[in-house]
Ligand binder design. Structure first.
Ligand code: NI
Length: 129
């Protein structure tokens, strides 16, 4: 599966963005509020690599508890798949559990995404092509 982005948790998206820009990343999509996840989300590009900055802005955000655990750090890889449904079925057979049901991602052209977890892998995200 092709990697779409690496999700990077940020306590303060502006400060973290600055550090990425210093390393040569460019802004692909500026910070935008995602009402579904109650997070600010921004995409940065560095050559073939895309990083998603995620700043949970409310304690109601499903990502908020992750801040305590991960602070400023990468915490998921997102993979592109043709069909979310068939990829989830396949991964479920390989020991993954859906931790956030399929939902549209306003910051990725409204495409559908789903989050899964596996004890030996951690969190992965799938985005439908
Ligand atoms: Ni992501």
């Amino acid at each position: 599966m092709k990697i779409h982005h690496v999700g990077y948790l940020a306590k303060n998206i502006g400060k973290t963005e600055k550090k990425f820009l210093e390393l040569g990343y460019v802004v692909e999509k500026p910070s935008r509020y995602d009402e579904i996840r109650k997070c600010n989300i921004e995409f940065l590009i560095n050559g073939d690599y895309r990083v998603e900055l995620i700043q949970p802005v409310s304690e109601e955000s499903p990502m908020y508890p992750l801040l305590k655990r991960f602070k400023n750090s990468p915490y998921h890889f997102c993979y592109e798949v043709q069909s979310l449904e068939s990829a989830v079925a396949e991964l479920s057979e390989n020991g993954y559990t859906v931790i956030q049901e399929p939902e549209t991602a306003p910051c990725i052209e409204g495409r559908k995404v789903v989050f899964l977890n596996n004890i030996s892998m951690g969190i992965i995200e799938l985005v439908e092509q």
